[in-house]
Write a protein that binds this ligand. Structure first.
Ligand SMILES: Nc1ncnc2c1ncn2[C@@H]1O[C@H](COP(=O)(O)OP(=O)(O)OP(=O)(O)O)[C@@H](O)[C@H]1O
Length: 839
């Protein structure tokens, strides 16, 4: 075995990829669990023997994946301080740093802010609802309307003006790298390639620009333009390495090549079978295109799977072989389970009468595996994966009822909670004079005496040159200006405006002291200033007494979260591409804007993970429950067809290392009606690979020998036999399962008495909550239409509460339109309806 720790434990193919010469292009293609990320990170560590860390750029697609890569590199070379100088991050994160540092070369200001999906939706909603758009529709001959679709009888053109749809179309257009309206013909020939489509696009881009915002697609496009114009800024880069390359879009392929302009040294890693982001415009054929661009690229295949048992892989391979659009031909997946003992442990296919029974089964199994396995399995070893966040709702409730702690990946995050988001919006105003979205959110929260008419006036630009914050100052301190622009404002509102401006300027004064204070202290001081001047803590304390929402606790948690952000930042600091150009507030905002992985680090500990299949990408757990695996959810085709769904199920099943449970219910309740359901057709013909669990048939107990082989497979200590509670003697079981007997429990769960009332268990950890804003308190950005805003909190555990009324004391007088649900990719669907207690 190789003595070099970087090369130790690599198999032959992995070794070949890691030690390949610096110069040239390499594609490492392989299936799940074959060590692609391990190989890439080992190659980075290996290259650092000859290349300065600051000249290596490593990119991936999620923050979680980027953090994982950095930590794996650190583990490989623990004593090498150079690791902190590596440029490791997401495409968006790395590009944004270049834009901050060099954006002025293409006319951008250094104070750009990222428009997150909430901001995008708010802006688009305003555009499509504006009087100006109505006029344009008439002008362009769109005379009939059905729902959100408008038709032009003369040209027979239709356009769907649903804001989400518009954003999706524009994103699709930009992900190809296009910015000129004439290119709409190439991407959306029948809809946006029309005068009205072009008008909507231009308006949207103008709005972003006016607000000093860039959306996620702009970050990539503008960096592409920057690198094209100024290749000198990446002349130091000697190696570009990209993980999960099958997820790259057209423009990200272009960027990869541009970043490597100086040397052409590119290593990419990918698996076309795991391409599940077509809806985000990923182009798995980019791997082939890259090969075309560099015909001498060397392709290295990895086939040994180090994650899963062979029975799990057999199902996964059986599934993916049927992909009609499969790129790169058939590939094997051989388990490295040397003992083969896990062969006995076939994945379970379980069928239930209802989703409720299915959920109860999953909760019971989880509890059993955790409580009866001694120290072998923890809650954090288990994951429940579903096609959508909504599909796991029943399981989530069941876990809660049974006191099983859990976290929701891709769910609403700590920073999305109403009270936390408000603080972040204040940070944004401190950062930028021009962030009208954030100004609108904070200016009347808490109430400062503005009515809707005054707010509209305050927030409507008087000209293109004056920033919105400067304009507020003019309204506050220049009577002539007020008269000139027709603002009649009451004395108390004028005082409110003065307080608001002073609050923000006070924060800016603190920011100027950043160098002396250090980043974390500086931001904590800004936070304290905001809390003091808004009275937020007092308001929350007065209203938190009897509620379980723990908003006050969340405010306190912001402090520890700030420390966490700066700790990470310190790790990443020391001369990366451009961190030194960001002030501490920008560092924080960047980290929040790009932190869309759904991982809620504020509350992480020993918990079961509930995740969408998409959010589970790149992760692994010893035990996976694939729930709701019915035709209606998995294989429903979607925009991008059944093959994409097949790949998604493939990704999902291959997250399991040791035990895999696939389940479904044969009836669903939809809008109060029962509907029949069946197992996803994607698994038809593969049933023989499973152990079935229908009313107890075919289920097994876990013997001592099995526990031992599980421990060996997971390379964990074998638990003390005395701690093991074999199924028949299990005592710690959920309330309903008196006849519990290990895996045979399914039948008792299926036939349990229905409607038995149970007291909900309320876990001690903070639970996310949502905010809804009374529509009568909002003022439009572009016109006076009323909009709604909610930031992302779900109510996972509580029985449903009556919807608060508009007069409820739990209302937050937000003043600008932000869309009704704050969502990050893969977040929970369904109503979110909580309010902050501003009075
Ligand atoms: N040569 C090896 N020896 C032992 N374990 C390995 C080896 N290569 C990879 N592994 C382990 O296998 C698991 C999967 O590796 P990794 O996450 O790098 O795979 P991947 O190909 O990136 O997976 P996916 O595409 O499914 O996310 C990890 O736990 C890793 O440590």
């Amino acid at each position: 075995m190789d003595q070099d720790p970087i090369l130790a434990n690599l198999n032959e193919a992995q070794h070949e990829a890691v030690v390949a010469p610096l110069s040239g292009q390499y594609q490492i293609l392989a299936g799940p669990g074959t060590g692609k990320t391990k190989t890439l990170t080992s190659r980075v560590a290996y290259l650092m023997n000859t290349v300065p860390a600051k000249d290596i750029l490593v990119m991936t697609f999620t923050n979680a994946a980027a953090r994982e890569m950095r930590s794996r590199i650190k583990q490989l070379i623990p004593n090498n301080n150079e690791v902190s100088k590596l440029n490791v991050g997401t495409f968006h994160g790395e590009c944004f740093k270049y834009l901050v540092r060099y954006g002025s070369r293409i006319g951008l200001s250094g104070k750009i802010t990222i428009a997150d999906p909430t901001d995008q939706a708010a802006i688009m909603k305003e555009i499509v609802n504006s009087a100006e758009t109505t006029v344009k529709l008439e002008e362009f001959g769109y005379s009939s309307k059905l729902g959100k679709c408008y038709s032009n009888p003369t040209t027979k053109m239709n356009i769907n003006l649903d804001p989400k749809h518009c954003i999706k179309k524009i994103s699709e257009f930009k992900s190809h790298g296009y910015t000129e309206v004439q290119d709409f013909a190439k991407v959306c020939p029948n809809e946006f390639n029309s005068p009205i489509g072009m008008y909507i696009y231009r308006k949207y881009q103008d709005e972003l620009e006016e607000n000093g915002l860039v959306d996620f697609d702009d970050i990539i496009i503008k960096t592409r333009d920057l690198l094209k114009q100024c290749p000198d800024i990446v002349s130091n880069i000697q190696a570009v390495l990209v993980d999960e390359f099958q997820d790259s879009s057209t423009v990200q392929l272009e960027l990869t090549v541009l970043f490597a302009k100086a040397t052409g040294n590119i290593t990419i890693v990918g698996d076309p079978d795991q391409s599940i982001y077509a809806f985000r415009n990923a182009q798995p054929e980019n791997m082939r295109l890259l090969q075309k661009m560099f015909p001498n690229s060397k392709v290295i295949y990895l086939e040994e799977n180090y994650r899963s048992t062979q029975p799990i892989l057999d199902i996964a391979v059986g599934l993916i072989r049927r992909d009609r659009n499969r790129i790169g031909g058939d590939r094997l997946l051989k388990s490295q389970d040397s003992q083969n003992t896990t062969k006995k442990s076939l994945p379970v296919l379980a069928q239930f009468k209802s989703e409720k029974d299915e959920a109860a089964y999953v909760a019971t199994q989880i509890k059993y595996l955790r409580d009866c396995s001694g120290t072998l399995f923890k809650y954090q070893d288990m994951a429940i994966l579903a096609r959508t966040g909504y599909a796991s709702k029943k399981c989530e409730l069941e876990l809660a009822f049974n006191g099983i702690p859990y976290r929701v990946l891709g769910g609403f995050k700590f920073w999305d909670r109403a009270e936390v988001k408000l603080v972040v919006d204040y940070f944004r105003v401190v950062n930028s004079d021009n962030d009208r979205v954030a100004i609108s959110s904070t200016i009347n929260a808490p109430k400062r005496g503005f009515g809707p008419v005054t707010l509209t006036k305050l927030l409507t630009r008087v000209d293109d040159k004056t920033s919105i914050f400067t304009q507020l100052k003019q309204y506050a301190y220049d009577e002539e200006f007020r008269e000139e622009h027709g603002l009649k404002i009451r004395k108390d509102a004028l005082e409110g405006l003065d307080n608001y401006i002073k609050l923000i300027e006070g924060c800016r004064d603190i920011l100027k002291e950043a160098d002396a204070l250090g980043p974390a202290t500086c931001i904590r001081n800004i936070l304290d200033h905001i809390l003091e001047k808004t009275n937020l803590v007092k308001i929350l304390a007065a209203n938190d007494a009897n509620n379980e929402e723990k908003r006050l606790e969340n405010i306190e948690l912001i402090r520890s979260q700030i420390d966490l952000v700066y700790q990470n930042d310190e790790m990443n600091d020391d001369g990366g591409a451009a961190e030194e150009d960001l002030n501490p507030l920008q560092t924080l905002l960047l980290s929040l804007s790009l932190g869309g992985d759904g991982e809620d680090s504020a509350y992480s500990n020993d918990r079961v993970t509930i995740s969408t299949m998409h959010s589970a990408k790149g992760l692994e757990w010893p035990i996976v429950f694939s729930i709701n695996t019915i035709d209606d959810h998995v294989a429903r085709g979607g925009d991008k067809g059944e093959e994409e769904e097949r790949r998604l199920l493939f990704v999902s099943l291959t997250r399991a290392k040791l035990l895999l449970y696939v389940s479904f219910a044969t009836t669903l309740v939809k809008f109060g009606n029962e509907e029949e359901a069946s197992m996803t057709r994607l698994l038809t013909g593969l049933e023989h690979h499973f152990k079935t669990c229908d009313k107890g048939k075919g289920t097994t107990n876990i013997s001592w020998d099995m526990f031992v082989s599980y421990a060996n497979f997971l390379r964990r200590p074998v638990p003390d036999r005395k701690q093991i509670q074999f199924a028949s003697s299990a005592t710690t079981v959920p309330s309903k399962s008196a006849s519990f007997s290990g895996f045979t429990l399914a039948s008792s769960v299926i036939e349990r008495p229905q409607n038995k009332k149970r007291k909900p268990h309320i876990p001690s950890a903070p639970i996310s909550r949502s905010l809804s804003i009374p529509t009568n308190n909002r003022t439009s950005l572009l016109n006076t239409s009323k909009q709604t805003r909610a930031t992302g909190f779900r109510t996972p555990l509580m029985p449903s509460k009556p919807t608060p009324t508009l007069n409820s004391p739990n209302t937050l007088p937000h003043s600008h339109p932000i869309p009704p649900k704050r969502k990050t990719l893969g977040t929970r669907r369904g109503p979110i309806n909580q309010k902050l207690p501003f009075t």
